[in-house]
Design a protein around this ligand. Structure first.
Ligand SMILES: [Zn+2]
Length: 319
């Protein structure tokens, strides 16, 4: 019998812990939001308890499980298993999460950035199956990437390779990113940017069919709301989605010129914008790459779905 894998996806609002089989299917899962109010050690204790709960209710010994993979947003020093910083949770500055969790278990614990985890999940169990190299982009509240070269994640000297969201695509932009620089792709093309982009269109005199209530808090303008706009043919929603897609297409062009991968997989919430979004991304890429494409490079939306984070974290145990 193949051993099961255990994954933990620590997000800013939700924390998921799951047992996953070697085909990438969830066997059992616990979701919690209780981690948000806990301090660092409290979070580790909560998650360790949930992992043990999953083991016991599935009649598993620790030795029936390959290892525990943890995906967490933020800058992770991979070789030391340390969270350098994360904007998703309070605290966690230079916090040795891996070793703190390891103290509860004998099987190996691996900590990596959530985009790397999702990338490896897509590589092992999703669109990346059969490839040896690919790049994964997650486009949701922020933008991150995971780079797979020769069947392994490429992490760089610190472990922060793939911080693609902070690559600069408009140096003269008036949009400041969460990192403090102007014109990062994240400032132009992710969930965080949408309220600003919407306000800008309205200030330019564009009229939206979205009919948002007059007391609507624009900072809550989400990808889902714009998806509704897209479905009702709202010109403002379509322009924002199209502008975002342009920057993602441009970013993929830069990735293509840097790494020449055979495959780019897109994940994250904003990919729910579907074909309208993907077609514009591909068109931008093709326009820029023109006659420099000598072999096919596929750009596809990930097929793993809502559990991509925790499935990816579990996949880290078999890298
Ligand atoms: Zn930035």
């Amino acid at each position: 019998m193949h051993k099961l894998l255990c994954g933990v996806d620590i997000g800013g609002t939700k924390c998921a812990t799951a047992l996953v089989d070697t085909n990438g299917k969830i066997v059992d899962k616990i979701n919690t939001c209780a981690h948000v109010d806990l301090n660092e050690d409290g979070l580790v204790k909560l998650v360790a308890g949930q992992i043990k709960e999953l083991f016991s209710r599935n009649n598993l010994q620790e030795s029936d499980v390959e290892g525990i993979g943890i995906g967490c947003a933020g800058h992770i020093r991979f070789k030391d298993g340390v969270i350098i910083t994360t904007s998703n949770l309070k605290g966690f500055k230079n916090y040795p999460l891996r070793d703190k969790m390891q103290a509860y278990f004998k099987i190996p614990v691996i900590l990596d950035n959530d985009a790397n985890a999702q990338a490896f999940g897509a590589f092992k169990f999703g669109a990346g199956k059969g490839y040896t190299d690919m790049v994964f982009l997650t486009i949701s509240t922020g933008i991150g990437a995971g780079i797979i070269i020769n069947n392994k994640l490429y992490r760089g000297v610190t472990g922060t390779a793939g911080e693609f969201g902070h690559t600069i695509i408009e140096p003269n932009s008036d949009l400041t990113c969460s990192c403090g620089n102007k014109g990062c792709i994240m400032a132009h093309a992710c969930g965080m940017a949408l309220p600003y982009l919407y306000k800008k269109k309205i200030n330019e005199g564009k009229v939206s069919k979205l009919n948002l209530p007059s007391n609507f808090n624009i900072s809550k303008l989400s990808g889902q709301i714009l998806k509704k706009g897209l479905d009702m043919d709202d010109p403002v929603s379509k322009e924002i989605i199209s502008d975002s897609a342009y920057y993602v297409g441009l970013g993929i062009y830069n990735i293509f010129q840097t790494l020449n991968p055979p495959l780019v997989v897109l994940g994250g919430g904003l990919t729910n914008w579907g074909d309208f979004y993907l077609d514009k991304i591909k068109a931008t890429f093709r326009e820029l790459a023109r006659d420099m494409i000598f072999d096919p490079m596929d750009i596809v939306i990930s097929n793993i779905g809502a559990d991509a984070g925790v499935i990816g974290a579990a996949a880290l145990t078999i890298e």
